[in-house]
Design a protein around this ligand. Structure first.
Ligand SMILES: Cc1cc2nc3c(=O)[nH]c(=O)nc-3n(C[C@H](O)[C@H](O)[C@H](O)COP(=O)(O)O)c2cc1C
Length: 299
């Protein structure tokens, strides 16, 4: 049985990766998951200087998922290279670093500093709903997506994956803008902008008032968007949004994703990534599928 897939000429041993911000850099999950079994590890977002993140509370439960407004707290690229990248070198998996920024220069700075590091691909987060500058302001404007993509490509030595926001009317237009800017791949979806109110305390669920909704509740939206993007561009796609099981993952692959990421599921079930991988294999056995590539984009 062949499970290996290719994203921008980088071969993943299987299509299962971790969604940025839900798996740290793998350290926190090392005791539950053999990281060598994963197709790739997509790290938490990293910026050029340390970010403190938003006020607490930063997370709240919602039906079939959760809301977060962490605000991309991270120690900055220098500490990340020392602590996280060095840790990841010990494993037989592909390392994909998620990059965040408040300005185009911020993104380029991080991309430049990672150019000679042992990193296989870069994922550019232009879709975080929880930071005021950068983030969503970039990810909901097609001209801006093309510009950010073009600029980071000037400094990147690794393939660039542009991570798209679902908080737009026409996702295909955003994907085409990333393709026009020279992106090597696309990942989607990031979280959907939401709000929760605690009616008893008359308080917002998260201090930021609005937050990103993730988990199984958003899966049908994510599958629809992956399908639309697969029809609109030639680039390989990493699909995510609410994947809990192998069958959920298969749905994304059939819609047109070449690989998938497991996010919120990790919080409820620390072995979710491996369970999804096993579920994919079970599905392939059941239907006599010899090569995972047979079903990619079959819809
Ligand atoms: C707590 C939390 C932190 C996140 N941090 C990041 C991040 O740093 N960078 C990023 O691109 N996406 C981030 N995301 C979005 C996820 O990577 C993913 O796109 C989204 O949650 C949808 O997938 P899921 O439903 O499987 O969680 C975060 C999501 C959560 C729940």
């Amino acid at each position: 049985m062949n499970l290996s897939v290719k994203i921008a000429n980088v071969e993943l041993k299987n299509p299962v990766t971790t969604a940025s911000g839900t798996f740290g850099s793998g350290k926190e999950y090392n005791e539950f998951v053999d990281l060598n079994q994963l197709g790739g590890i997509i790290t938490k977002g990293v910026s050029n200087i340390p970010w403190v993140g938003n006020e607490t509370p930063r997370v709240a439960e919602t039906y079939g998922g959760m809301m977060n407004a962490v605000g991309l707290q991270n120690p900055g690229i220098e500490k990340f290279i020392q602590n996280d990248l060095s840790f990841l070198q010990g494993f037989e998996t592909k390392v994909i670093v998620n990059v965040c920024g408040k300005t185009i220069e911020d993104y380029c700075d991080v991309v430049r500093r990672l150019a000679d590091q042992p990193v296989h691909m870069l994922e550019i987060n232009i879709s975080c709903p929880n930071v005021k500058e950068g983030g969503l302001a970039f990810g909901t404007d097609a001209a801006m997506i093309e510009k950010v993509t073009k600029e980071v490509k000037k400094y990147a030595k690794q393939p660039i994956i542009m991570k798209l926001s679902p908080n737009v009317t026409d996702i295909a237009e955003m994907a085409k803008a990333a393709e026009a800017g020279g992106a090597d791949a696309i990942s989607l979806i990031n979280t959907l902008l939401g709000m929760k109110i605690d009616i008893h305390k008359r308080q917002f669920g998260v201090a930021n008032k609005v937050g990103g909704i993730s988990g199984p509740a958003i899966k049908p939206i994510a599958v629809r968007m992956v399908y639309q993007v697969a029809k609109a561009v030639k680039l390989p796609i990493i699909g995510l949004g609410g994947i809990m099981t192998g069958e959920d993952a298969i749905e994304f692959l059939m819609a047109g994703a070449t690989a998938i990421s497991v996010g919120t599921a990790n919080f409820a079930n620390p072995t979710a990534t491996i369970d999804v991988l096993n579920g994919i294999e079970e599905f392939m056995n059941k239907y006599g599928i010899k090569d995972i590539n047979e079903i990619i984009g079959c819809m």
